[in-house]
Design a protein around this ligand. Sequence first.
Ligand code: ADP
Length: 407
Amino acid sequence: MQEQELIHSIRTIWLEKVTQALALEEGVRENLALLLEQFYSHLETAVAEKDPTLIDPTIELWANSLTETDVEGQPNHLTQILKEILLLTQKVCKETLAAEDALVYMDLVLPCFAFGFERSTELEVQLRIKSASKELETMRDSMEKLDRSKSNFISVAAHELKTPLTLIEGYATMLDEAFKKCPDERINEKDLLKGIHHGTNRLKVIVDDMIDVSLIDNDLLRLNFQPVWLNRLFSVLETESRSVLAERNLELIINPFDGSNDVIYGEPERLLQVFRNILSNAVKFTPNGGKITIDGRKLPGFVEVTIADTGIGINPEDYSFIFEKFGRLGNIATHSSGKTKFKGGGPGLGLHIAKGIVETHGGTIWVESQGHNEILNPGSIFHILLPIKAEPVDENILKLFSTLSNK
Ligand code: ADP
């Protein structure tokens, strides 16, 4: 038999057997049959032309179709497949050809397989290098991000801590000078002490926020689950924000809604912190005379709270950024300072903390707005979805609070 004839004589049976052995699942069989057919055609040409490199297009095609998981997972994926094909070829030869023809056949195809092994190893090494460099680049990117976040943290912390420290220092110096200059005269110590007190309070809030961020980021935030009634939290919120709302001429509307009087289980202090942070932003980003509305609804297994304002709004592309650490919008330098003033600056931690607390409760938080516009003031709506836990975490706590729940 002629060499080419010999190779061609077992083509059909080879295709059938190799496809069956390699593709265990019905679905991939058709695809594999096409690939193997192409491989065999290249093999026939390579033998006819006595040039093993002619099987290269198949090897390259196979290497390029390897997925990233193939490259990262089993090493020498392609070489292993080629080895399987070679062993199957030898088996088909033995089963279908006379011993002498089988020897000739193997003698003809072996150089092609040898080239295939060499080439696939080379291509696979290249692919692994490419994949490792990509991994390295991703790592470098996250290191850079971490570095940026670190320096961001230092500059924000320094700036935020400096303001209350300057306050404290100023009032303390005034107190000192006042005592020195006029020891006999009455000095208004009360005002000066109030200033120092205000400064230390602001410092405490900032340090507490930083501690919360580190707890959230390190997955260390633990909740003390207790029965919570949302309407009671809203009343607390209303009382604590009354003077600020009056000062900024803002109206706070709290709509009773289905679910607001039900008991849900969570940590009241932490949930209050979430609503406080969002309300404080609504105050900061709504011009004087605006309106803030707390509303909600009951959903299957969840209760949704919405806090809507008539403020400057947020562009959709910034929705996720504002929940990131230090995610503040606009030119920070033009922000006024203070926690309640219109567009008052802050460290950009409030929403990040709110998100962490809500998610630790098993809930989710998001924002929607028609966009940012300081003339039209389209407003923003913050949604807080909290799971209604049917069971209290601790039976004893439920007993203790059950008398209250009916009041
Ligand atoms: P901070 O208030 O300390 O700057 P937050 O994390 O609470 O930080 O908010 C992040 C940013 O999101 C704010 O700086 C502001 O740019 C934007 N933002 C938050 N709430 C509102 C709102 N109700 N209206 C418009 N912008 C808002």
